[in-house]
Design a protein around this ligand. Structure first.
Ligand SMILES: [Fe+2]
Length: 227
C-alpha cells in the first residue's frame, strides 16, 4: 500500500503549518491505537485514488490534510455521546452530525490553505444522491476530495474489526462499495477505487473470511454505522 510520510512528499509546499494540523489531530482524535491507524489508512487510500484521477499537487495536499483531519470536529462533541456504547437517540444524532461543521470552523480559524481543507471536511458526510449532511449536496456539487474521502473512509471501516463485527472480506467490501455507487458514493470514484486501488489492499487473512460468514447483521456503510 502506498503511504509516503507527509513531510517527505515533494509536492507539499515548504513552510506550511504541518504542525498545526498534526497537533489538532494527535491531540485527541488521532491518539495511538484504533483511531490513529484508521486515519493513516484513509489518507493513504485517498492519495492513491487522487493520483489515479489526476488531481493537481495542490488538491492532493488539501485532500491529504482533509483525509487526516476529516473527523477532527468530534473534539467538539461531548465524550458521553462519542463513547456511548448503545444506539444514539435522535437528539444525540443531531449533535454528532455537527462534527462536520465544527471541523470546518476549527480549520477556518487556522487560516491559509486550511480554509480549503475545511470545506472538504465539511462535506465528508454528503452523499452522491443528496441524502447526506450537513448541506444535502448532491453529485458534483460535493467537492471531489470529499467524495474520495467518503469512499476510502467507508472501505477502511469495512476492512477493520469493529466492536460489533469483524472486518469484512475484500470481496464483500468491494460488493458493498459497488452496490452503493450512485447512492452514497460517486460512481466514478468507486470505479477507480475498485479497479486500481482495492486490488492492492492487504489480502484477506483466513479468519477475516470466516468472520464474514458469521458476522452479526449490522450496518455496513458509513452513512448508517459511522459518523
Ligand atoms: Fe465523520
Amino acid at each position: 500500500m502506498l503511504m509516503r510520510p507527509l513531510a517527505l512528499r515533494p509536492q507539499l509546499t515548504p513552510g506550511l503549518p504541518f504542525s498545526v494540523g498534526l497537533r489538532l489531530c494527535h491531540r485527541r482524535y488521532c491518539r495511538p491505537g484504533y483511531t490513529g491507524e484508521h486515519c493513516k489508512s484513509v489518507v493513504s487510500l485517498a492519495l492513491e485514488v487522487a493520483e489515479h484521477l489526476g488531481l493537481s499537487p495542490e488538491r492532493q495536499r488539501n485532500l491529504e490534510f482533509a483525509a487526516l483531519l476529516h473527523d477532527v470536529g468530534k473534539i467538539a462533541i461531548p465524550k458521553e455521546i462519542i463513547n456511548k456504547p448503545g444506539k444514539l437517540d435522535p437528539h444525540e444524532w443531531k449533535i454528532i452530525k455537527t462534527h462536520t461543521v465544527e471541523g470546518q470552523k476549527m480549520l477556518e480559524r487556522v487560516g491559509g490553505f486550511m480554509r480549503q481543507v475545511g470545506l472538504i471536511v465539511r462535506s465528508h458526510h454528503e452523499r452522491w444522491d443528496g441524502g447526506g449532511y450537513p448541506d444535502g449536496l448532491a453529485g458534483e456539487d460535493i467537492p471531489l476530495e470529499a467524495r474520495i474521502i467518503t469512499c476510502c473512509d467507508t472501505w477502511n471501516a469495512m476492512r477493520t474489526d469493529r466492536p460489533y463485527r469483524k472486518a469484512l472480506s475484500h470481496d464483500v467490501a468491494v460488493a458493498e462499495l459497488v452496490s452503493n455507487a450512485g447512492g452514497q458514493f460517486d460512481p466514478h470514484v468507486v470505479e477507480t477505487f475498485v479497479r486500481l486501488v482495492a486490488p492492492a489492499d492487504q489480502p484477506d487473512a483466513p479468519q477475516a473470511n470466516a468472520a464474514v460468514a458469521v458476522r452479526a447483521p449490522a450496518p455496513l456503510i458509513a452513512g448508517s454505522a459511522k459518523v
